[in-house]
Design a binder for this molecule. Structure first.
Ligand code: HEM
Ligand SMILES: *[C@@H]1O[C@H](CO)[C@@H](O)[C@H](O)[C@H]1NC(C)=O
Ligand SMILES: *[C@@H]1O[C@H](CO)[C@@H](O)[C@H](O)[C@H]1NC(C)=O
Length: 538
């Protein structure tokens, strides 16, 4: 029988399409999560609204906080759902986390939406690479972060910190009653210090934001980082799951059309600010390349100690063992690394320093103890070096305690690269795994009943099962662990050594409360106002 074309009338087609779409939506939002998903038996909070699921709760609170409540209530493996029926598993036991991050890391790559999000905002370098490619890239880059290379950078920190303290002194002296000190948004100030430091140490650039509010690179970053809210991130993540979107985001066309996206503010601002960041970083990179090649050809070496110059020197000097590290240090890749260091290395350290000051402002005993240790150190050596910073016991305890309690990156994500069993649960390929960094760091079974409070003394009496690579997840662990761990700890210690010696920090009132935001980093939403006084007897 010949095919009856009438069957294909527009009306019928429209109806069929309507039923198909309705079915797909019902499948995604209801059938799958409630009745079909192999994960439906995994405990977790009640599913709630089928479109948004648990997402509104997650966005309302600081990152990690609802997850901590759920893990406490529903056990060591939970399922969170939404938006649009997307399922995530959260594990808290060390064993499955160790497999995901360390021992079986190749089976648990970063999900594509996260790779692209990081790629677009932080460069398609270490954050976006996976597997063998990542391993090679990391191997090529690790030496630049060696203790020897980092130790050569400490003077750059101190130049900037001393400059910052001059500005603070002037601000306090300008008050009508300088002995009372001045109320300052310490996060906002420290953010300039850490941006200046990362620009200088990562690629030899004087951003000088302590004095100059208009540095184009800083302004563009400010706009990008101000987007950080759960909602904006969710919008960006969703946009990036649309096929072709990540490439489009980076195109000239997207930039030209950016004003069409005005309604989607996160998208519009990301495209616009990243375009400016890239223009600045390309210019800085060209300068470094010219400088390093001139000094190499003239003297056979370079005085520049910033990460990019150090890598450029490695690329330009011959490779005796014939290994091609060039691919990871090509001009195009270097431009990606610049973006990575900028984004990874500045807001994290600023937030961590601000939370440290918050805790010290609440704990005068620890603040005085730290000041006594540091004043003795600075008296002996006005610019403490790597070893001296490392060997100051209470400084180390305070630093580790605030990294633990205020993990600047409160969570990250992975996905199951294949079907696996984790902690006795069947996890189908492509399931998103939420890594609860903050929850793990403050888990009572590991850290004891006072796990959620600030107590630097605990670092002198660690839990029996403490494991130096795995008990604190602030930098995660395994092949994707933070490459800037040592660098950031050293930088933050240098900042603390200087400012705690010279200033006292106090809360504005006994009922001041901390206001952490939900985002990729935990920054204080109110920029952390504290009263800052000069220490009279230094
Ligand atoms: C307190 C400061 C910092 C914290 C808490 C921090 C935290 C983290 C975390 C948790 C990760 C792993 C993310 C994941 O596993 O998905 C990471 C990765 C990374 N961090 Fe940091 N970071 C800090 C400072 C820095 C600095 C100063 C730099 C560099 C200059 C840096 C560069 C990187 C890079 C390149 C990666 C990707 C590593 C890879 O995938 O191989 N970080 N960081
Ligand atoms: C410093 O970094 C460069 C480039 O990665 C590397 O070739 C060199 O060996 C490093 N120096 C030390 C002492 O680790
Ligand atoms: C810490 O855990 C890692 C990863 O499982 C393991 O290889 C290492 O031996 C442990 N270290 C200590 C001191 O227990």
């Amino acid at each position: 029988m010949p095919f009856d074309l009438k069957l294909l009338s527009p009306k019928r087609l429209a109806l069929a399409l309507f039923f198909y779409v309705t079915y797909r939506i019902a499948y995604r939002l209801v059938l799958w999560p409630y009745f079909l998903s192999p994960l439906r038996k995994v405990p977790g909070p009640p599913l709630g609204n089928p479109i948004s699921g648990h997402f509104p709760t997650i966005l309302k609170e600081a990152a990690g906080v609802p997850q901590r409540r759920w893990l406490n209530k529903y056990g060591p493996v939970i399922r969170a759902v939404g938006p649009f029926g997307i399922e995530r598993l959260v594990f808290i036991n060390p064993e499955p986390l160790k497999r995901i991050l360390v021992t079986d890391a190749v089976d648990f790559p970063r999900p594509d939406f996260f790779r692209h999000m990081m790629g677009i905002c932080a460069g398609y370098g270490l954050f976006a690479a996976d597997g063998a490619d990542h391993k090679q890239m990391r191997k090529a880059m690790n030496p630049a972060f060696s203790i020897a290379n980092l130790s050569a950078q400490t003077d750059m920190y101190y130049d900037i910190i001393e400059d910052f303290m001059k500005v603070l002194d002037a601000e306090i002296d300008a008050e009508s009653n300088p002995e009372e000190g001045k109320v300052l948004p310490v996060y906002a100030r420290l953010n300039k210090v850490t941006l200046d430091i990362i620009c200088k140490t990562a690629f030899g650039y004087d951003a000088n934001t302590i004095h100059n509010n208009e540095d184009p690179l800083a302004v563009a970053y400010e706009e990008l980082l101000d987007l950080q809210s759960g909602e904006n991130l969710a919008n960006l993540f969703l946009a990036l799951t649309i096929p072709g979107m990540p490439t489009f985001f980076q195109s000239r066309t997207a930039w030209r059309l950016r004003n069409f996206f005005k309604r989607f503010r996160a998208t519009c601002v990301t495209i616009d600010s990243m375009n400016r960041v890239k223009a600045c970083s390309r210019a800085i990179l060209q300068e470094r390349i010219a400088e390093v090649s001139t000094s190499l050809s003239e003297t056979g070496t370079t005085r520049q100690k910033d990460l990019i110059s150090v890598m450029l020197q490695a690329r330009m000097s011959e490779n005796p063992d014939g290994k091609d590290i060039g691919a990871y240090f090509s001009d195009a890749m270097m431009a990606e690394h610049v973006l990575t260091f900028l984004l990874a290395g500045h807001e994290t350290t600023a937030s961590c320093l601000a939370w440290t000051l918050w805790e010290l402002a609440n704990d005068h005993k620890s603040q005085s103890k730290l000041r006594a240790e540091l004043q003795a150190l600075v008296k002996e050596s006005p610019r403490p070096d790597f070893r001296q910073l490392k060997d100051s016991p209470f400084l180390d305890a305070v630093m580790m305690e605030s990294l633990r309690l205020w993990a600047p990156v409160p969570a990250t994500v992975r996905k199951a690269g294949r079907d696996v069993y984790l902690d006795g649960v069947f996890v189908p390929k492509d399931t998103i795994l939420y890594i609860p960094i903050l929850v793990f760091n403050t888990w009572k079974e590991h850290w004891g009943p006072d796990a959620e409070s600030f107590n630097p003394e605990r670092w002198f009496n660690l839990p029996d099962n403490y494991n130096s690579t795995f008990s604190l997840l602030s930098f995660t662990a395994g092949p994707h662990a933070c490459i800037g761990r040592l660098m950031s700890i050293m930088e933050m210690k240098a900042v603390l050594a200087m400012i705690i010696t010279r200033y006292e920090f106090d809360r504005l009132s006994p009922d001041q409360v901390p206001k952490p935001t939900t985002g990729v980093t935990t920054k204080p939403a109110d920029h952390m106002p504290l009263r800052v006084r000069k220490v009279l007897r230094v």
